[in-house]
Design a protein. Sequence first.
Length: 261
Amino acid sequence: MNSTTGFERQLIVKRLDHPLQPPAVDSVSSLSIVSSLDQSQDDDDDEVEEDSISTSLEPVVIRIIGMDSASINAAKQMIQQKVEASISERTVNALSPITPEHKAKIEKMLGKAISFTIASQTVTIKASKNEIDRLYSSVLDFLVSKQIKSSPSSSSVVYPSTWTSVPDPSNPFKATLIQVAAGSPEFNIVQAIFAATMSSTPIIKLERVENRWLWDQYSHKANAMKLKNSHIPNNEMRLFHGTSSTDPSSIYNGQHGFDSN
């Protein structure tokens, strides 16, 4: 009897034939998309000799507790789908073979990747979607900068076959202007492109700018863009640029050419 309410209740106690069983328990392993292994240890002195290096993070174990196998399997499937949807993969293509020294440095750069494979001229990265672009750009910029520095700027660049001038050793940034004869194949190509948008404007004179320094910069930048956008077809175009009152020589004579801004 409850002393406050005066309510009487009868309690019946029975012994269970079988003890209570805990809920069914299962587990699922998945790759971590949040944490990563600490790969910051100093291993500059270690040489990487393998043709291909494949590294991945240790899996994280997620323990799922449910009342039956069906609910556990449903939860397991949902977690796997969430993990797979948050992971992306990209491949960096190098212009030349990746050296053992560069492999070791790339390993350190990819500390937050889920997994990566370094082959002779490719680096395949698997990471969370909020990390993949940053890791891809870091590796690509590193490889491009190293490959450009390791290749001679003059001998590795192919100049247009129509160029005839000899660079001035006392001023490597100075351009040479070569007049293009009317009716020549080169003149006709430019005239056709020009007439496509300005057909009523005649060409008084056409001069070809030969600046080897600026061509070197263009060649290296073009190679870097081709690597970064290897999945996009080449869409390089010839365009015209007016100078208003600006002296054109300030563009074609110098180290920078057009202001990219």
